[in-house]
Design a protein around this ligand. Structure first.
Ligand code: FAD
Length: 431
């Protein structure tokens, strides 16, 4: 019998896949991480990503998950965040009012999405026990035979594994392949709203240095009942603004194009330009002044209109072979700022359960080591199967609850925060 530890394959090099890889290495697995896209740290990939969402809110849930793998890792990322202590509500006349999240100072943190993902990829790349492969897109899986097939620029590649983690996002192929092996209850729902991102540049202070145009320690919200604009601060003193609106509302302003988000090649005509500016002038006059008309029209026209999809399913696992984490298991609306935080938490919770169930990949080498010799004991498989089943059984209700809260929070952010009853309740809670 070999002394090699068993081999785990992680599919998806997003933040959840990276943290899962780091967590598995810490538990003693040999890990291979496969990402479908090119390495995002390369300059060519950065240009292609320029139009993707650039920041997100990290909460104590996500920070605790990072710290569970390595406290120093969490500290490194916390050095890069901007704390947001409350919401700043902008009314239709441009007046602002602050609503603190917590009277004892707890806050959420704006973090650069690319910096988080690339930072985690750097951590993974620095691990001697992880092999990192880009441009490897999972095409098919046979979980009974413990085999995955990846599409690569030079053809297909067969990869054997002992344990597979699916962290390949909302449209997960690990999940689709799993449905051939397990009776999974599954639900996918597009909400009738889309989002478009707009950039608010930095101001220049009296000394010529860049400065924020709004208070950076708030999440800014322009709630307008059926739609809303939000803005999160970035370290370079810019804000990323996101307009969430019903598809029907956006259709009136922007001719729709394919739902496969892609930039528009053409430019708006003067009538379209004036329509966009007028709409913003009516609903978000102060944001329009801060963003500027030409930037607004440029971003609004060229940036993708992206859909918002919710995914629910159970079970998350198949035997001792595969488990879904992050958006592949539970893509949710972004209105609670908890999608990624929950995905990172999945990693922490799974690691705890595996430890409790006594999963130890170092007890023997498995088939994935490519050995002629077969394992002589099934104890490891049984322990892992128990761990994965326990994860599904104990995690599902929490994930459903947070997904529903995320959906409900859309109503709160775009509508309820403006209601007198909400403001009164908040004032009483804050006393
Ligand atoms: P992803 O980030 O989607 O990564 C999946 C990876 O798998 C990708 O790199 C992809 O290329 C790769 N992949 C896909 N298919 C394959 C394949 N077949 N083979 C190999 N690789 C593959 N969450 C928060 O916690 N806070 C926020 O403030 C927040 N704001 C958001 C704002 C918006 C507008 C949106 C849309 C979402 C927001 N979220 C937020 C949610 C958050 O973005 C997701 O929950 C998070 O990105 C999920 O991480 P992941 O690693 O599971 O998946």
């Amino acid at each position: 019998m070999s002394n090699l530890p068993r081999k785990a394959v992680v599919v998806g090099g997003g933040p959840v896949g990276c943290l899962a890889a780091l967590s598995l290495v810490k538990m003693g697995w040999r890990v291979e991480l496969y990402e479908g896209r090119a390495d995002p740290r390369l300059p060519a990939s950065k240009a292609a990503q320029a139009q993707r969402s650039i920041n997100l809110a990290m909460s104590s849930r996500g920070i605790a998950a990072l710290a569970s793998v390595d406290p120093a890792l969490a500290d490194r990322f916390m050095d890069t965040v901007i704390p947001m202590r409350g919401r700043m509500i902008h009314d239709a006349k441009g007046r602002q009012s602050s609503q603190l999240y917590d009277t004892s100072g707890q806050c959420i943190n704006s973090i650069d999405r690319a910096l988080l993902n690339e930072g985690l990829l750097n951590e993974v790349a620095a691990c001697p026990d992880v092999t990192l492969r880009f441009q490897h897109k999972l095409s098919t899986a046979d979980y009974d035979r413990r085999e995955l097939v990846f599409q690569t620029p030079s053809g297909t590649e067969l990869v054997a594994f002992d344990f597979c983690i699916g962290a390949d996002g909302s449209y997960s192929n690990v999940r689709r392949q799993m449905m051939r092996f397990v009776r999974m209850n599954f639900e996918q729902e597009y909400i009738p709203h889309e989002y478009v991102e707009l950039r608010m540049s930095a101001a220049v202070d009296s000394g010529g240095a860049p400065a924020f145009k709004m208070d950076p320690n708030h999440l800014h919200i322009w709630p307008r009942h059926s739609f809303m604009l939000i803005a999160l601060p970035n370290k370079d003193k810019t804000f990323t603004c996101t307009l969430f609106a019903p598809t029907t509302e956006l259709d009136k302003l922007l001719p729709p194009f394919s739902f496969a988000a892609r930039p528009r090649e053409d430019a708006p005509n003067p009538e379209q330009t004036s329509k966009i500016v007028q709409w913003f002038r009516v609903h978000f006059p102060d944001a329009l002044d801060l963003i500027g008309e030409s930037v607004l029209v440029r971003d609004f026209w060229h940036n993708p209109r992206s859909a918002l999809v919710c995914v629910k399913g159970t079970p998350y696992h198949y035997r001792d072979r595969v488990i879904l984490l992050g958006d592949s298991a539970h893509a949710m609306t972004p209105f609670f700022g908890q999608g990624l935080n929950c995905g990172l938490e999945d990693v922490r919770i799974l690691a705890n359960i595996m430890a409790t169930c006594g999963v130890d990949p170092r007890t023997r080498g498995g088939e994935a080591a490519g050995l002629a010799e077969k394992p002589t004991t099934i104890d490891e498989d049984a322990a892992l199967a128990t761990a994965l089943r326990t994860y599904t059984e104990t995690r599902h209700d929490d994930l459903l609850a947070i997904s529903e809260m995320a959906f409900d929070n859309y109503m709160q952010m775009r509508h309820s925060v403006t209601r007198p009853t909400y403001l009164l309740r908040k004032a009483v809670e804050d006393v």
